[in-house]
Design a protein around this ligand. Structure first.
Ligand code: TXE
Length: 495
């Protein structure tokens, strides 16, 4: 059934005037899931005015009350897991099973965690002797903009809104135009939980709408998830207004398997690290460096596991590989597969579009593994954001560290070894914001998440996120009489 979706301003869905609309497609079937109203310039002004009013109320509400509202929202969100997961699967093409297990629970985790931190926000008091002291106040920034990507739409909306709201800010959120639906449900849930009107507004539209938010003088901060190029543009636009940005961008992350690794665990994890959400994950472990002595055993295991993954209708619970987000993105992924072949990489499995039966209407690509890869090959250097694993070999630790770090990106990295001291030594040298040891992909909300180099700026999650959404004011207090050097002529007689 085709839905009609508006945007969400001041506690309600808005679509009063005739408006420009765009459609949100289910990429697995090419059917329209919803027609969505694109906001106009006036609508953005309405969202800002509403947010201003929301800020006046929310920033002054006692922290415990804020926490209770956010906790209620987390409970409501969890209670609607089935409905939200299905909507997310239709909007993104990802397997329903994943949306049930990852997208919705981790979205709720974020709201719950930051609800708990709301009452812990505090400044400090510092004595400077007996007559002076200062204290600090951790103040909200004001109206924040959240701009989302299409791979984890609801999770991204929660990773951005939960810390922002916990710190007393309001947020205007713009989901990706490719996945506009669950953000509206989140807004409805917040309202139902008791969030004052205007504290979380959702606007809909393309990059121009995103840019208007970034350039709006009343918006104090931008948190963005998306591509490196757009992230750079966001930073340039935000710089004109001196507004801080948090950027969560792409990656080309190395997963390193040392010669003493437990090979079954490494193979299981490499498959998950590459093929979860059809590889449309910023932390995809797409450069797999395996010690040369293990290559054949590793490839055998990976091939067997990969070929068991069911490519199919995302709504079928057995499906593990769903549809890519769009025909355009599908063509990009297929072009990288072709380039890998032309560059001499050896195809181990996959390497083609899947068009069996009804899948022909969608954007399905078989999970693909290439061996005999070299660092210069296009599929090894560039972020593909699709189900393509490149396996490379190495002989010694120094070499693999250099090669792993020789990337413009620095989002994630991982090491597999039984020697835990060795793993820690390597983690300290890997240029990545997140390093996993004998694991890949876990992003518990308690753990700061952010990229080095071109992969981003700032952090989401963990206590670090609170710093991204507050400013510190220092208040200096004089109890006696200030010593004024400019007036100090050695005598105090005339004072
Ligand atoms: O991203 P864009 P796209 C990578 C991945 C993917 C590529 C392109 O490699 O293939 O990016 O994806 C909004 N000012 N990632 O085209 O264009 C836009 O409307 C403000 C990695 O979707 O960056 C959308 O809401 N906003 C990533 C959001 O930015 C602007 C996840 C992202 O769009 C804007 C997704 C502007 N000037 C893609 N232009 C990750 N980090 O995981 C566009 N937007």
């Amino acid at each position: 059934m085709i839905q009609h979706s508006g945007f969400y301003i001041h506690g309600k869905v808005c679509e009063p005037r005739p408006r420009k609309t765009f459609t949100s497609l289910n990429p697995a079937t090419s059917e329209t899931v919803a027609t969505v109203c694109q906001v106009s310039v006036e609508d953005i002004e309405d969202a800002v005015s509403s947010s201003r009013a929301g800020f006046a109320e929310w920033s002054e509400m006692p922290a415990a009350e804020k926490a209770r509202i956010m906790q209620r929202a987390a409970v409501l969100l969890r209670a609607r897991t089935d409905e939200l997961a299905e909507l997310e699967a239709r909007d993104t093409g990802k397997p329903l099973q994943e949306a049930l297990q990852i997208d919705i629970p981790t979205a709720a985790d974020a709201i719950e965690y930051f609800a708990g931190l709301t009452t812990t926000l505090h400044g400090l008091h510092h004595d400077l002797g007996t007559e002076q002291f200062f204290y600090t106040r951790r103040e909200p920034l004001g109206i924040c903009a959240g701009i989302g990507a299409w791979n984890y739409p609801l999770q991204i909306a929660c990773w951005k809104s939960a810390p922002a709201l916990a710190c007393g800010n309001t947020m205007i959120f713009k989901p990706s135009e490719l996945t506009p639906l669950t953000a509206i449900r989140l807004a409805e849930i917040y309202t139902e939980a008791g969030l004052p009107d205007g504290v979380f507004n959702v606007v809909q539209g393309d990059g121009m709408v995103g840019q208007r938010l970034v350039r709006h003088p009343a918006i104090s901060k931008v948190s963005f998830t998306g591509s490196v190029t757009t992230g750079q543009q966001v930073m340039i636009d935000a710089a004109s207004y001196h507004k801080p940005v948090t950027l969560e961008l792409g990656g080309k992350s190395p997963l390193i398997i040392l010669d003493d690794a437990e090979l079954d665990v490494a193979a299981d994890t490499a498959v998950q690290a590459n093929f979860l959400t059809q590889g449309e994950v910023c932390t995809q472990g797409s450069r797999v460096f395996v010690h040369h002595s293990l290559q054949d055993d590793f490839l055998r295991r990976v091939k067997m596991r990969t070929e068991k993954l069911v490519v199919g209708n995302p709504l079928d619970r057995k499906t593990r590989i769903g549809s890519l987000i769009s025909e355009r993105h599908l063509q990009k992924v297929l072009s990288y597969i072709q380039q890998a072949r032309s560059a001499g990489a050896k195809l181990i499995t996959g390497g083609h579009r899947v068009t069996d039966g009804l899948l022909a209407k969608g954007c399905f690509v078989a999970p693909t593994v290439f061996a005999d890869c070299t660092d210069e090959m296009p599929q090894v250097k560039d972020e593909i954001f699709g189900p393509v694993m490149s396996v490379l070999t190495f002989t010694d630790e120094k070499e693999v560290l250099n090669r792993a770090n020789a990337s413009e990106y620095g989002l994630a990295a991982g090491v597999f070894t039984r020697d835990i001291s060795h793993a820690h030594r390597m983690a300290s040298q890997l240029q990545a914001g997140v390093c996993w040891i004998n694991s890949w992909g876990a992003t518990p909300v308690e753990m700061p998440f952010g990229g080095f180099k071109a992969s981003g700026l700032g952090y989401e999650n963990g206590l670090e996120a609170l710093r991204q959404y507050t400013k510190v004011k220092s208040v200096y207090v004089e109890l006696g009489r200030q010593k004024l050097s400019i007036l100090d002529n050695g005598s105090t007689a005339d004072r």
